[in-house]
Design a protein around this ligand. Structure first.
Ligand code: GLO
Ligand code: MG
Length: 347
């Protein structure tokens, strides 16, 4: 295998230092300030932070343009002083009373407009932070019951919204983060194939790509490494949320490699083979601490995910491609299977 000389750069978001609340119980760790989170990121030696618009400007809907600019500049200075880059900004379109029944695909035209206006503001925030990447996790674009929405029209609404964002800024790039379910019963853009198909309908398909999250692929019953390979075939993998997921349940956001180490190896291998990171893309971990995690162990899920990733990079680089090729040529997949297992076990 051709060695990937690119040095990987790592990223997480403020929400990944979460407090442990779930639908059945309250937080298990006290909320921390942004400054504390930034300091932890520095301590861990990560390179970049990803943001929701309201991670940058809390309560963004209630603020004037002037205030938004001032607060974004203030945060930009903190990032600069810490030597941390802003990887992307995502409009948080799933909290507002105006997005209860969907954002870009709401049945109410006023609410669709709200989603577009907020997304344009997100682009302005991203510009001030020095990133051209906007991530769209389409949390509420789907349905709880089929008859409540028009799935055909929803695709038009999505394309129209993305077109407005592309027109707002000539340089902006949009990465769609597909997820098949949760919070919706079914989402309109469940897989990377759907995301790229939607991209193709927009006014500038070159500027619309994708972000893959391992757990979301698993929830769709798909293999994350194949999804990564698919997006990379189109040159469209612009960001990555590595994590893990134990089968078809609620979205678990486990540490990378925690549930399926071999699956994690295959993700790293495909990233290596296709030189992920060579165009400046970051490896982001969209992971959360297990709920019982104590305050003193609060950073471990991020540190561990990166450790696992880097160990798997070594495993991908030391994988004996010639030996594997012989087994493949001989159609001896039993031997290939055992080779992979023993390689991962360190034999
Ligand atoms: C949830 C998503 C979420 C997004 C984030 C950025 O399932 O993975 O964490 O990645 O909001 O848009
Ligand atoms: Mg994610």
């Amino acid at each position: 295998m051709k060695k990937n000389s690119a040095h990987y750069r790592f990223c997480f978001g403020p929400w990944n230092l979460s407090e442990g609340a779930d639908p059945y119980g309250p937080p298990t760790r006290p909320a921390q300030s942004f400054d504390w989170k930034l300091a932890q990121m520095k301590k861990l030696g990560f390179d970049a932070m990803m943001f929701h618009d309201d991670d940058v400007v809390p309560d963004v809907d209630a603020k004037s343009e002037k205030q938004i600019i001032a607060e974004t500049r203030e945060l930009k200075k903190k990032l600069f002083d810490a030597g941390i880059a802003a990887e992307m900004v995502a409009p948080r379109l799933w909290f507002s009373p105006k997005t209860i029944d969907g954002a870009y695909t709401s049945n109410d035209p006023k609410h669709r407009q709200y989603a577009i206006d907020r997304s344009r503001r997100t682009i302005d925030i991203a510009n001030l932070l020095g990133t051209d990447l906007i991530v769209l996790w389409l949390a509420r674009e789907g349905s709880y019951l089929r008859e409540s929405k028009n799935a055909r029209k929803s695709v038009d609404y999505l394309v129209q919204a993305i077109d407005k964002m592309l027109a707002h800024d000539k340089r902006v790039r949009i990465a769609i983060e597909p997820k098949p379910n949760e919070p919706m019963d079914h989402a309109y853009v469940p897989t990377i194939g759907h995301a790229l198909a939607v991209a193709n309908l927009t006014r500038d398909p070159k500027r619309v790509g994708a972000l893959i999250e391992s757990a979301h692929c698993t929830l769709a019953g798909l293999d994350p490494s194949d999804e990564i390979a698919f997006a990379m075939s189109f040159g469209k993998l612009w960001s990555l949320h590595l994590n893990d997921q134990n089968g078809l349940k609620f979205d678990q956001d486990k540490p990378f490699g925690s549930a399926n180490l071999r699956g994690a190896f295959n993700q790293v291998r495909v990233l290596e083979q296709n030189h992920y990171g060579s165009r400046g893309e970051y490896v982001c971990f969209d992971v959360h601490p297990f709920r019982p995690t104590k305050v003193e162990h609060w950073l471990a899920h991020l540190d561990n995910s990166r450790r696992t990733f880097l160990k798997l990079v070594e495993k991908a680089r030391s994988y004996d491609e010639a030996k594997a090729a012989q087994m493949i040529a001989d159609r001896n997949y039993q031997a290939l299977d055992q080779y992979v297992i023993e390689h991962l076990l360190g034999k």
